[in-house]
Design a protein around this ligand. Sequence first.
Ligand SMILES: [Zn+2]
Length: 197
Amino acid sequence: MINKFLSFIVSLIILLSIVLFFVFYLEENETDFELLQREGDDPMPTGLHPKVAKKRDQLVARAEEKGIEVVITEGFRTIKEQEEIYERGRSEKGNIVTYAEGGESYHNYGLAIDFALRNKNEKVIWDTEYDGNGNGKSDWMEVVEIAKDLGFDWGGDWRRFKDYPHFQMDMGYSIRELKNGFRPEIPKGSDQTPKGE
Ligand SMILES: [Zn+2]
């Protein structure tokens, strides 16, 4: 009698565990599941989004007004190029420069730029303390301030990997959505900025 009762309880516990496992498993994967159902078919961009290109130009112009020369070192990056720089500090020599694999960076969708400064000796520098215009503020942080004002997010604000030269504009799109083939709209009549510009 007791044995029967015990085996009944054990079976009940096992059954309950199975049910709970599926409930939690499905719940956790629900978002993945939903996103997998939705597939966009927007083509991969070939250059910077026109809005990002425009903001980039405004950033350079507004910094110049403050006596700061901004150099844009990177804009659109193909997935292949992203895969190459991902290997730096991993299978290749050098320091880790990114945590984003191919297709996981906003650069791959034309929504990010990187910058540096040009100092008085015409040298391109990544010195975040440099105060070339002599107003007592770091030029780097002045550029960051302008960029944020223009609507860019700054990589220096990231918690995991601080990417000080990086600005991006997600336009409400997550990397997952972009990877799934959804893209921010490109206004009619405006072309994507060709790569390298
Ligand atoms: Zn970047």
